[in-house]
Design a binder for this molecule. Structure first.
Ligand SMILES: C[S@@+](CC[C@H](N)C(=O)[O-])C[C@H]1O[C@@H](n2cnc3c(N)ncnc32)[C@H](O)[C@@H]1O
Length: 199
């Protein structure tokens, strides 16, 4: 990592500490939402891969008391309990979409996935595991997302990602790839912001 990337990481890391949010990921979602405005007061949100809770903190701020967030992760979250938050500690491959719909009280306006596998350092293995998680998130979106809803997912640049983005374009009317400035330049992560399910 070069010194510019290091300095960038320190800035958002320090800011997260200062604001008392669980991770610097908070700022990535904030930057995406500032551009697209998918999280609003009253939104019904599903957050896949929610631990420790950077995104979750931001979502709860945005949706307010009228909204609802259903968060899922195998690991625990570091976010204080809110009346409008349901946390399901579970592997997403064991998750029944009906459980999400029941906890949400209807279809989701926004489905977010920041899922990432535990990295082994073996690129082909890590990419394959992430692809499985991303495919599962996309599958869950087809069963739980409102047709006018938003699907936002973290992807890692790889030859397979092109194929995955192709699937997103077939599923959604609008698909944009974004790299927020709070994401380390040295990271291959990008975010696909997708809107409106095709008929
Ligand atoms: C990059 S972290 C998420 C960071 C989080 N969004 C935040 O803002 O603090 C990725 C998360 O995906 C979760 N994860 C990975 N595989 C999973 C699975 N099969 N089921 C549920 N969660 C999983 C990990 O436990 C990890 O917490």
């Amino acid at each position: 990592m070069d010194w510019i990337a290091l300095r960038g990481r320190d800035k958002y890391y320090r800011l997260a500490k200062r604001l008392g949010v669980p991770s610097r990921a908070y700022f990535k979602l904030a930057q995406l939402n500032n551009k697209y405005g998918f999280l609003v007061r009253g939104s019904k949100v599903v957050d896949l891969g929610s631990s420790p809770g950077g995104w979750l903190s931001y979502e709860l701020e945005r949706v307010g008391q009228m909204g609802r967030v259903v968060a899922v992760d195998v690991d625990n979250i570091r976010v204080t309990s809110h009346g409008n938050l349901v946390f399901i500690q579970k592997d997403i491959f064991d998750l029944d979409p009906q459980e999400l719909l029941g906890a949400l009280g209807g279809r989701a306006d926004v489905l977010l996935s920041d899922l990432a596998p535990r990295f082994t350092g073996i690129r082909s293995v890590d990419i394959a595991r992430h692809y499985d998680l991303a495919s599962r998130a996309l599958g869950l979106s087809s069963q739980t997302l409102d047709s006018r809803g938003w699907f936002v997912i973290k992807l890692y640049m790889s030859p397979d990602v092109k194929e995955f983005v192709g699937m997103l374009r077939r599923r959604f009317e609008n698909v944009k790839l974004e790299k927020p400035s709070s994401s380390r330049p040295s990271s291959s992560e990008v975010y696909a912001v997708c809107h409106k399910v095709r008929d």
